[in-house]
Design a protein around this ligand. Structure first.
Ligand code: DGJ
Length: 568
């Protein structure tokens, strides 16, 4: 489901050192990177490889999602109408919005697409794309969006059970009727999308289910689940483990190795006895069910599809968090069972944003962050995700309720990133770009980045809260803007920096005994793909030629040219 953009080979070679910004404009102008002309009638949105990156291509051109996800009950066009001024002011280009199974199929086999139609109509009127979220069998573990005719018929539509035999409001992934009903409904929605949007591509991707996972115990104890648990590990999973042995997630691999790398046997024989095995078992069955749903949808309309996960609080054990979902330690199980799913996504509400991004990309999984905390951190985390991990996109949750300083910061970041998008898209996957983000936003430590033959020492400076002496009597309404950004090596000895609160000094990357100086530093931005200088920077702004500094408290872009001279 991910293709190589072979037509871009010439473009890619040239890009290694030619100005990325120029190359982006060149590729766009000549159509080299464009498989077909943009606009109506082009191929549906799809995923394409560029170097080590996976990009979303929409209407023939790579597309960076600067998004926001609406609240769970804000997916109705009439309700959303009042929020469009807020959304437009955020400069986002994509809205993530739910499609509810209960409202879509109120009676079995009878479909009502008015909510989807309304979302598409409003998105088009407001010039944004959509990522639709299929709230089907599972929403944050539970089955609250299952239609009433499913909920009340607990004989036909089997529920998961806990170890005391109590039925949970969680559809069991072991019941064929559950799976087939969900798959039929999802396929109907995808067919409808193809019919009404197959030309204009307002909808660019689809999330299948939402934050799948078993809770409050690690394993479903329904009769069908118990029978499956006593049976053998499916041959397809064992075969996957065998074929990918060296690349397996370390957590999964160590369980398998500890049991002697068995290629057959029960779940406990192959992975050992314990909660971790219960979780692997559930992951396989959740993923197999989701595969059936996604595959049915793809048959109708092959948009890129992904699943999202609720992450694990430190110290929590399987059963205490939604277990068996598309978590990084289970990525192999999901890949083996659900090839119709293109990638697994983290919903990152924790402060260690960089660490979760790393965990989700360590085995080549494309990064897309469909939910993130909508506070001040979002306005810098987005730079890091797009640059360090070649992310397809980023979206804070509850976007229509984003107000005050957090909204202002995000709007500035999205405006700047929108202007930089062609440059970033041209750079993704080529090893010429890095994200800049402290591991701990509260206590930022200096970092070293090696890029373009230089060693960059980056220090971070959060915006200071207003002091009482400055008349800041009241505490700030929101946390001051944290520090972060990105850097792109756009040509030999030349870098583009974007972000806020960064101070960077330069040295040769190798053992060369040279001093690095600044030839020129400019602040500016891209307008229609062209670098447009606002001012030359020197003197105090570069500490008399010693460093580059992006002031805290506002986002900005600088283009800097370096040179080396040797000590006599
Ligand atoms: C994560 C879920 O995926 C969202 O739908 C929503 O429930 C948020 N949590 C609330 O924080």
């Amino acid at each position: 489901m991910i293709c190589d953009r072979i037509s871009t080979c010439a473009c890619r070679t040239m890009l290694t050192w030619m100005s990325v910004a120029c190359a982006a404009a060149w590729c766009a102008a000549t159509g080299v990177s464009v498989a077909e002309p943009p606009g109506q009638g082009t191929a549906p949105p799809r995923l394409v490889r560029q170097g080590s990156a996976t990009q979303l291509v929409v209407d023939g051109a790579p597309f960076l999602i600067l998004g926001g996800e609406v609240g769970n009950s804000s997916g109705e066009a009439d309700y959303l109408r009042d929020f469009w001024p807020t959304l437009r002011a955020l400069n986002l280009n994509t809205l993530l919005a739910p499609v509810y199974w209960d409202r879509t199929e109120p009676a079995e086999g009878q479909f009502d697409y008015r909510l989807v139609d309304g979302l598409i109509r409003e998105a088009r009127a407001n010039h944004v794309r959509l990522v639709l979220l299929w709230f089907g069998s599972w929403k944050n573990s539970m089955s609250c969006y299952a239609p009433a005719w499913i909920k009340v018929d607990t004989t036909r539509f089997i529920r998961a059970r806990d170890s005391a035999g109590r039925s949970l409001e969680i559809l069991s992934p072991f019941a064929a009727a559950n799976r087939e009903s969900d798959a039929r409904a999802f396929a109907a929605v995808m067919r409808h999308l193809r019919e009404i949007d197959g030309d204009l591509h307002t909808v660019v991707m689809v999330q299948v289910e939402n934050e799948i996972g078993m809770i409050p115990e690690a394993r479903d104890r329904s009769a069908a689940a118990d029978a499956a648990f006593a049976g053998p590990v499916p041959a397809a999973l064992v075969e996957y483990l065998r074929r990918n042995d060296e690349q397996l997630a370390p957590e999964l691999r160590s369980l398998w190795l500890a049991q002697g790398r068995k290629t057959s046997g029960s779940w406990e024989q192959v992975f050992g006895h314990g909660l971790a095995t219960d979780e692997i078992f559930m992951a396989w069955h959740f993923a197999s069910y989701t595969q059936a749903v996604a595959a049915a949808g793809r048959t109708e309309y092959g948009l890129p599809m992904f699943v999202n996960a609720a992450l694990i609080r430190p110290g929590y054990l399987p059963g205490q968090y939604p277990s068996g979902g598309p978590l990084p330690h289970l990525i192999d199980v999901w890949r083996a069972a659900a090839p119709a799913i293109d990638f697994l996504s983290p919903d990152i509400y924790f402060p260690n944003f960089a660490e979760w991004c790393r965990r989700y990309t360590r085995s080549g999984n494309p990064l897309f962050v469909p939910e993130a905390q909508r506070g001040a951190d979002a306005s810098v985390n987005v730079f890091y995700a797009l640059a360090q991990h070649d992310a397809i996109g980023f979206a804070p949750f509850g976007i229509e309720s984003t107000t005050g300083p957090a909204a202002a910061s995000l709007a500035q970041s999205y405006e700047l990133l929108g202007a930089l998008a062609p440059t970033l898209l041209a750079a993704q996957g080529r090893g010429i770009m890095a994200g800049l983000l402290p591991e701990s936003p509260e206590q930022p430590q200096p970092q070293q980045v090696i890029l373009g033959g230089y060693s960059l020492r980056v220090t971070y400076e959060r915006q200071a809260p207003p002091s009482l002496a400055e008349g800041g009597a009241a505490p700030p309404a929101a946390a001051p803007r944290p520090a972060g950004g990105l850097v792109v090596a756009i040509a030999p000895d030349e870098f583009l920096f974007a972000g806020t609160g960064l101070t960077v000094t330069f040295a040769p990357a190798g053992s060369e005994n040279a001093v690095v100086g600044i030839l020129s530093a400019e602040e500016g931005t891209f307008v229609n793909g062209q670098w447009t200088r606002r001012r030359w920077l020197n003197g105090d702004q570069t500490h008399q030629g010693r460093h580059l500094r992006l002031e805290p408290g506002r986002v900005s872009v600088q283009r800097i040219r370096l040179y080396r001279y040797h000590e006599p």
